[in-house]
Design a protein around this ligand. Structure first.
Ligand SMILES: Cc1cc2nc3c(=O)[nH]c(=O)nc-3n(C[C@H](O)[C@H](O)[C@H](O)COP(=O)(O)OP(=O)(O)OC[C@H]3O[C@@H](n4cnc5c(N)ncnc54)[C@H](O)[C@@H]3O)c2cc1C
Ligand code: SF4
Length: 330
């Protein structure tokens, strides 16, 4: 590990000024960053500790909107009574992420900024070929063991999945990422994450010196009847093989779908909204056949790299099951 400077920022303005310096990273819970520094993947020259910034851990649920501060702990948000009631998918996606110890330490801002778990990306000593870590060097996963890699949103430069759970539920419900830098910005979460294309090392829309201060989620009716279904190789402490964040609003005495929200995780290079599937379900009867037919289109455009072909079969099933659960027909 190389040496680095450490500064504990006392206010957000200082943190922003410091973070504009090259090779600087914010330190929140440290559960991703410190791991990656030990692995020699992240090599910052300056660390700006943001854990003491005041006011960034506030959680607020009003009639129209849910606001979550970037320094709120994953466990606090998952266990927040009003969020559990108003937005089950948000709470569930956090409960099913990581372990109790990690959730107690990790922040919401850091959770959004976590990096891929691609094993080649995380092992620079053994695998120099990684376009995300070392632009232009190639991709060891394309011809390697790629069971955990993406089938949607890939490019010939990178097939790594976005690994997080919470951002999948945020994308399903049109959340906004609140950012401060030289100006304040509001970035729709769907635009916050970038496709790999030929620049997989550029993963998000945050500029140097910008800090995530919070997230806003509008309280649409489908959020109240929502669910996060995560399928993984073991029951806990494991990333998703495939997941779905869904929400549904019914009309006609519960027989017809008025509004529906769907995003999938564990299968794409960014949290993946399924707008075409949503459109095909609006105004349709709520029954198993309709849901399964629509869910089949969840993997339109998917591309297998070999070992991950099972995700193309699995994903529609996860989407259909999650929708049946919120429709009370599972
Ligand atoms: C063993 C293990 C299992 C896990 N399993 C899961 C899982 O199943 N699902 C899941 O979703 N996640 C999982 N995670 C990831 C975990 O949720 C993240 O490590 C955690 O949320 C990161 O938060 P942190 O506060 O510790 O971030 P840090 O490690 O402090 O920071 C992470 C990154 O975010 C940046 N950052 C932090 N805060 C801000 C901010 N406010 N603005 C801008 N940049 C910021 C940092 O500079 C750094 O680059 C797992 C992690 C581990 C180690
Ligand atoms: S899939 Fe992406 S992160 Fe993994 S080795 Fe290839 S370029 Fe690197």
């Amino acid at each position: 590990m190389r040496t680095f400077d450490y500064l504990r920022a006392e206010d957000t303005a200082t943190a922003i000024v410091e973070a504009a310096k090259p090779e600087t990273r914010f330190l929140a819970g440290g559960t991703t960053l410190l791991d990656l520094m030990k692995l020699n993947v992240e090599r910052p020259a300056h660390l700006v500790d943001i854990t003491r910034l005041s006011g960034l851990d506030v959680i607020g649920v009003s009639a129209d909107v849910i606001r979550i501060g970037a320094l709120a702990k994953m466990s606090k948000v998952a266990d927040h009574a009003d969020i559990k009631d108003a937005a089950p998918a948000l709470s569930e996606s956090l409960w099913r992420a990581a372990s109790a110890q990690l959730r107690n330490m990790a922040s919401i801002g850091g959770n959004l900024m976590q990096r891929t778990r691609c094993t080649y990306f995380r092992d620079p000593g053994a695998y120099p070929n990684c376009n995300k870590r070392n632009p232009g060097s190639g991709c060891a996963a394309l011809e390697g063991v790629n069971r955990n890699h993406a089938v949607l949103g890939t490019s010939d430069a990178c097939i790594a999945i976005y690994p997080g759970d919470f951002a999948v539920s945020l994308v399903a419900f049109d959340a906004t990422v609140l950012v401060q830098g030289s100006v304040e910005r509001r970035i729709p979460v769907d635009d916050f994450y970038l496709l790999p294309g030929q620049t997989p090392h550029i993963e998000h829309a945050l500029a140097p010196g910008e800090i995530i201060v919070g997230i806003e989620i509008p309280r649409v009716a489908a959020l109240k009847r929502s669910h996060y279904l995560k399928v993984r190789d073991r029951a806990s402490y494991e990333f998703a093989a495939a997941s779905a964040a869904v929400g549904i609003e019914l009309e006609d005495n519960g027989k017809t779908i008025r509004d529906v929200r769907i995003a999938v995780g564990g299968v794409a290079t960014k949290p993946w909204r399924l707008r075409t599937v949503e459109d095909s379900l609006k105004g349709k009867p709520l029954d198993e056949a309709t849901l399964r037919t629509a869910a089949a289109a969840a993997v339109d455009g998917a591309k297998s790299s070999g070992h991950n072909a099972f995700k193309i079969e699995l994903t529609p099933k996860v989407v259909a099951r999650a929708l049946m659960t919120v429709g009370d027909i599972a």
